[in-house]
Write a protein that binds this ligand. Structure first.
Ligand code: ADP
Ligand code: MG
Length: 618
């Protein structure tokens, strides 16, 4: 079944095994004896397929397995090591069932033997108990070949004999290759004995030729989510370090999502503020060659159903504000009015009526409250107010009458007048002819239900010689631009934070693997291939990221609501709240997965280069 052909092994150009040729039977105990350092363990490593650096060939069922040592090992070989090689961070059960994590194995009842150990921890086990676990684990993998390197080396004579009896039983249906110093036991139990010296076989003796008992085909199964379970065990084996990593990454993630949320919210708030100063529904227009606009031209736009009002903007006449006194302009007694041409068609009235005359005005609720101070709002209705205008050095007042109060608050104090009303009134005060009045700029107020850019498109089609512009759009754009710059800077800092914590994870995982390389090598001896190990390590990193994301999401939600509480307390303004942005969460979290994969490259490279034989010697 198993055959070694011309095996030569060198360490640093020095031959440790020299032209070893062996033919093994299908079952029975084949012992290898010899003085310390003669190459027994080296030979066993080669037979076991964990050392691939040798010359010569291994034949299994007459086929060379030298090119596929890993799969040969996974399918056909099991081990009992002198130092037991148990995984301290796995449970007793997981240690015994280790082969089943990587390969379907027969369902076995041997776990019953563990009843007395169920409560025990790995580190509390005695040598004898560890020995037993190592033995049980080797049985868990129903391999054709069982390799035992000094399995009784650390046992007293009684226990040694017990183990040998168990091995004898094992050898009825598989090949047991035994390396031992105990001449007496070897002679008592072996079916064949090889004697080695200085890397050569110097003697071969066949004592018995046992027949293999046929194994009945049995049902096999694999442990579910095996890699995930092993990775979690690894995670929990160094809890405090794992949670430090989780915490570090959590803080970085929180920083970045918070930064992005704040800057996005702030930008939106600033843009909203700009549009509260200039209505988001207004369009300014002028002719392409800066020709003057007349009222007739302006009125053409008033025919559109999408337009509430088109107004001429007399920029020669500056509106200074309103005051209750009409004798003389006093800046201190005048309330500055920001916008005097916007329409009132879609505004509801708090009290009063809509204007029917040019001199009748509405004021916004916030303006009315300011004007009334403590007295009743209705006292304002019917009151005269003076609108002060400046033309050159000439400051004059128009007499208005307040007829109604709208129901909305405005950022700047606002009055509303009928279409062209102020132009007619100005013409009588400043004595000019309305039919000759002209301006370079007009303003169009778009219906709330119509889209401003669609209206512009239509107007541009109908009036190709005019230029139309969204009012406030350029200010909003420049706010966006500035915020983008601020956000870029914040982003760079946040990404540095996230990058450093991910590299920390990469570094810690690297150290983790260096520390656990022996355990990983043990897994390789019991059925894991390199890809299995890679998956376990990757899963552990992903668990760290996932936990960090869960914690940072919870903290994020809490921080935002805490912040909103503070803001509403300080500003006494519930219109401004920080909104949770799920897009930011998703983008940042996907990005952190990409970065974690990058940070895993050094540990994964280390795994690929891991030398099983050397790792086991650690
Ligand atoms: P045994 O198991 O028979 O005691 P080993 O197979 O462990 O002997 O070792 C055989 C020889 O190979 C010894 O001389 C030992 O020093 C040498 N050897 C083993 N491992 C290494 C190694 N990694 N590097 C260099 N020499 C080694
Ligand atoms: Mg040895």
């Amino acid at each position: 079944m198993l055959e070694l052909k011309h095996i030569v092994k060198r360490y640093d150009y020095q031959k440790v095994l020299d032209d070893i040729n062996m033919v093994f039977p299908e079952c029975g105990i084949v012992s290898i004896i010899g003085p310390s350092g003669c190459g027994k363990s080296t030979l066993l490593n080669i037979i076991g397929g964990i050392d691939d650096d040798f010359q010569g060939d291994i034949l299994f069922n007459n086929k060379s397995v030298k090119k596929h040592l890993a799969s040969y090992r996974r399918k056909h070989v099991s081990f009992i090591f002198q130092q037991f090689h148990l995984n301290m961070w796995l449970s007793i059960k997981e240690n015994v069932a280790l082969p089943q994590f990587f390969h379907p194995q027969e369902k076995q009842k041997i776990l019953l033997d563990l009843d007395d150990l169920k409560q025990a921890k790995m580190k509390d086990l005695s040598l004898g108990q560890r020995q037993r676990l190592a033995y049980l684990r080797s049985r868990y993998h129903l391999s054709d070949i069982l390799l035992c390197d000094e399995p009784t080396g650390s046992l007293d004579p009684d226990h040694s004999d017990q183990v040998m009896q168990l091995l004898k039983e094992e050898s009825r249906n598989r090949l047991v290759i035994l390396v031992s110093h105990n001449q007496q036991l070897v002679e008592k139990y072996s079916d064949e004995i090889y004697e080695m010296k200085d890397g050569y076989i110097i003697h071969h003796q066949v004592i018995d030729n046992p027949m293999k008992h046929m194994n009945k085909p049995k049902t096999t199964s694999k442990i579910h989510f095996s890699h995930l379970r092993l990775s979690m065990s690894s995670f929990m084996s160094h809890k405090s370090r794992s949670f430090q990593l989780v915490f570090g990454l959590c803080v970085s993630l929180l920083c970045i999502v918070f930064t992005l949320t704040l800057s996005t919210n702030l930008e939106q708030e600033l843009i909203n503020y700009v549009y509260s100063l200039v209505p988001a529904s207004s369009i300014s227009f002028q002719t392409s060659n800066h020709e003057s606009l007349t009222l007739d031209i302006i009125d053409q736009f008033n025919d559109y159903s999408t337009i509430i009002k088109a107004e001429m903007y007399l920029d020669d006449y500056e509106f200074l504000g309103i005051s209750f006194k009409g004798e003389r302009y006093q800046e201190s007694n005048t309330l500055f009015i920001g916008d005097d041409t916007s329409p009132y068609d879609d505004l509801a009235l708090e009290i009063g009526t809509y204007p029917t005359q040019n001199y009748e005005i509405l004021v916004s609720l916030s303006t009315a409250k300011y004007l009334c101070q403590d007295s009743d709002l209705s006292e304002l209705i019917g009151k005269k107010v003076y609108g002060w205008y400046q033309h050159g050095l000439n400051v004059k007042a128009i007499e208005y009458k307040v007829v109604g109060i709208t129901n909305q608050s405005t950022t700047l104090d606002t009055i509303y007048t009928m279409k062209h009303a102020y132009i007619y009134l100005l013409s009588s005060v400043y004595d000019f002819d309305v039919s000759n009045v002209s301006a370079s700029l007009g303003i169009i107020y778009v219906n709330k239900d119509s889209d401003r850019s669609n209206v512009i498109e239509q107007l541009e089609n109908d009036y190709p010689s005019f230029q139309f512009k969204e009012v406030g759009a350029s200010t909003a754009q420049s706010i966006s631009d500035t915020m983008n710059q601020v956000r870029m800077i914040l982003l760079i800092f946040s990404f540095l934070a996230i990058l450093s914590s991910l590299f920390l994870i990469g570094e810690v995982m690297f150290l983790n693997i260096v520390q656990k390389k022996k355990d990983l090598a043990i897994m390789k001896c019991f059925g894991a291939n390199t890809f299995d190990i890679v998956r376990i390590v990757l899963y552990e990193s992903l668990e760290i990221v996932l936990l960090a994301q869960i914690f940072s999401t919870i903290l994020y939600f809490n921080c935002i609501s805490l912040l909103n509480n503070i803001v509403s307390g300080v500003l006494l303004n519930d219109s401004f709240t920080f909104k949770i942005d799920f897009r930011i969460l998703v983008i940042v979290y996907i990005l952190s997965y990409i970065l974690i994969f990058i940070s895993q490259i050094p540990p994964l490279l280390y795994i690929l280069r891991l030398n099983t034989v050397n790792a086991l010697k650690e």
